[in-house]
Design a binder for this molecule. Structure first.
Ligand SMILES: Cc1cc2nc3c(=O)[nH]c(=O)nc-3n(C[C@H](O)[C@H](O)[C@H](O)COP(=O)(O)OP(=O)(O)OC[C@H]3O[C@@H](n4cnc5c(N)ncnc54)[C@H](O)[C@@H]3O)c2cc1C
Length: 278
């Protein structure tokens, strides 16, 4: 059974009554089917305009779950979103960016999902809606494994909320793949750095994807960088020990050891980009 509700309320009631797999942009949904037929019950939420688009609120910037990557690129957003915009530009090609949504990327929960590290570095929270109500949780808690999240089957990821505290921080996203474009990440890094009035690192967040089952914030590195001069050379403070929590794997795209080296290089460069001149 295929249904295409027009409102969030209708959609969550369809899900609670009859269940079904959610279909949004379909750019993960359809490739994942392979040769199999579509599931018996599909709830196509692509018509839910109320959870599409970006709004600026007093305490947060709210990204509707149905917001596409093209919309992220085009939106006027504070500087701390530069990393998310860079990631958006690197998700597939333009056609994929026009269809693929933020919520689809997060709910699909691939270790190589490019949207995750920039949103982790922004301390994003997700809002899940069901017929029973709404709940919020940090993105860092939401994704728990390879294609595993805490989303219950009857819940729709309606919004991603980014707190306003770092609006004017600088941010960077770097992705390494086997070629420059249209590629699944071997490693990717997002960094956000805010300098204080004395020119030192006030707040810093660094997240790495594709190097463990779930993307990770490097909290030991963040602690080491706090208070250091926010100027060229900062990236050199990152060391292999700071990445020890990662558990990269050997696969068709790269060996674990290559991933570890690449991640450290990208971490250093991303931090450097946040404090370099421009
Ligand atoms: C050619 C190609 C290239 C790609 N390149 C990249 C890339 O470079 N980087 C990258 O990260 N990804 C890439 N992708 C993957 C994909 O485009 C993104 O993950 C995209 O953001 C998925 O969004 P979607 O709306 O299409 O999700 P869908 O395919 O509609 O859904 C994905 C999953 O999330 C669930 N879901 C979707 N929306 C919601 C919601 N609001 N609430 C709850 N569950 C939901 C669905 O049930 C499904 O399980 C690529 C895909 C293709 C086909």
């Amino acid at each position: 059974m295929y249904s295409r509700p027009r409102t969030l309320d209708e959609a969550v009631h369809v899900l609670s009554r009859q269940g079904g797999q959610i279909l949004s942009g379909g750019t993960d949904f359809f490739p994942a089917l392979g040769d199999r037929p579509a599931p018996d019950r599909v709830v196509d939420i692509s018509g839910l305009t109320e959870i599409k688009g970006i709004s600026v609120e007093t305490n947060c910037i709210r990204l509707g779950g149905l917001t596409t990557w093209s919309e992220v690129v085009a939106a006027p957003l504070p500087r701390c979103f530069d990393a998310l915009k860079s990631a958006a530009r690197e998700i597939g090609g333009i056609q994929i960016q026009n269809r693929g949504t933020i919520a689809g990327n997060l709910c699909n929960a691939s270790p190589a999902a490019d949207g995750v590290p920039p949103l982790l570095a922004l301390d994003a929270e997700v809002e899940l809606v069901s017929a029973a109500g709404r709940r919020r949780m940090p993105l860092a808690d939401f994704i728990v494994g390879n294609r595993q999240t805490l989303r219950r089957p009857d819940e729709i990821l309606a919004s991603v909320m980014v707190p306003r505290g770092l609006d004017d921080a600088r941010s960077a996203f770097l992705k390494l793949g086997a070629r420059r474009y249209l590629v699944i990440s071997i490693a990717m890094v997002a960094a956000v750095v805010k300098a204080d009035n004395a020119g030192r690192v006030g707040q810093v967040r660094v997240a790495v994807g594709s190097c463990s089952v779930t993307a990770q914030r490097l909290t030991a590195l963040e602690r080491a960088l706090a208070g250091a001069p926010a100027r060229a050379g900062l990236g050199a403070l990152a060391s292999a020990e700071h990445l020890a929590q990662l558990s990269p794997i050997d696969d068709v795209r790269a060996t674990a050891i290559y991933r570890s080296h690449a991640a450290l290089t990208l971490v250093g460069r991303a931090i450097e980009t946040c404090v370099g001149s421009s």
